[in-house]
Design a protein around this ligand. Structure first.
Ligand SMILES: [Zn+2]
Length: 252
């Protein structure tokens, strides 16, 4: 995790702000988890992102978490230029990894597999409390050898239930994915003044939906993909799914 509290003063610390060793040594026995209040250690390495870890393994909302998970959180913080207080937020009903407070959009960063049930529960929980949710899935979850994960199913759930939106994180880039109406080109011929006139129209299927990628996805990700995409530009500033709007301008 990226946030810790001083046990004595109650002051909060963010790992990315810590760069003074005297400070670390002075505080090292006083860092506690703001959620479960157990002791934390500060991890600082050359190859690892600075973060806090529970000293003793414990069942806490913010643990266990992988290095990639921490990196993604930090990436999203910088990407969206979020404030310190928007990181690892403790709401009464949820603990989002990040929360864009002025827009009330929660960001859930996902590196490990998540069940459909858990995914939907969290989506509903946010939605009923008036918060939109963006999921950022690490691209390793799209790998073919990852049998447990099925992002298209989760994506379909999110679209059908009108809550939540999924993005893919790949090598420090965010790609947005969404459902769109599936349509098919219908050819039409007509005789007009003895000449055959060629035309047609796009027929939209009311029930079938396809996955739409709003922006171009590089080949490296296509290689890992387990579903087909259909590309076309979407509306600029918002996204509507089941009557539920979510900002789109955060896409790159
Ligand atoms: Zn904890």
């Amino acid at each position: 995790m990226l946030r810790a509290k001083n046990n004595k003063s109650g002051k909060e610390f963010f790992s990315w702000n810590i760069d003074d060793y005297r400070f670390i040594i002075k505080n090292k026995n006083d860092f506690i988890c703001p959620v479960c209040k157990s002791e934390l250690i500060f991890v600082d390495g050359i190859q690892v992102v600075k973060h806090f870890r529970h000293k003793v393994k414990i069942d806490c909302d913010f643990e266990p978490e992988s290095e990639e998970h921490i990196e993604m959180k930090l990436f999203m913080k910088d990407f969206l230029n979020l404030k310190d207080k928007e990181i690892e937020v403790h709401l009464r009903f949820a603990k989002p990894d990040l929360l864009i407070m002025d827009k009330m959009i929660a960001i859930e960063v996902q590196k490990s597999n998540i069940t459909k049930r858990k995914f939907l529960d969290r989506c509903y929980n946010y939605t009923k409390n008036g918060i939109a949710v963006m999921w950022i899935f690490h691209d390793s979850l799209l790998k073919e050898d990852n049998k447990n994960q099925n992002i298209p199913i989760l994506l379909r759930c999110a679209a059908e239930h009108g809550c939540g939106r999924i993005y893919i994180y790949s090598e420090k880039k965010i790609y947005s994915i969404r459902f769109n109406m599936l349509s098919r080109w219908i050819d039409e011929y007509e005789d007009y003044k003895n000449k055959e006139v060629y035309g047609g129209y796009l027929k939209q299927y009311k029930k079938k939906k396809s996955i739409q990628v709003i922006q171009e996805i590089p080949d490296e990700i296509y290689g890992k993909k387990i579903y087909k995409v259909w590309t076309k530009g979407g509306r600029k500033n918002e996204y509507k799914s089941g009557g539920y709007y979510i900002a789109k301008f955060y896409d790159i």
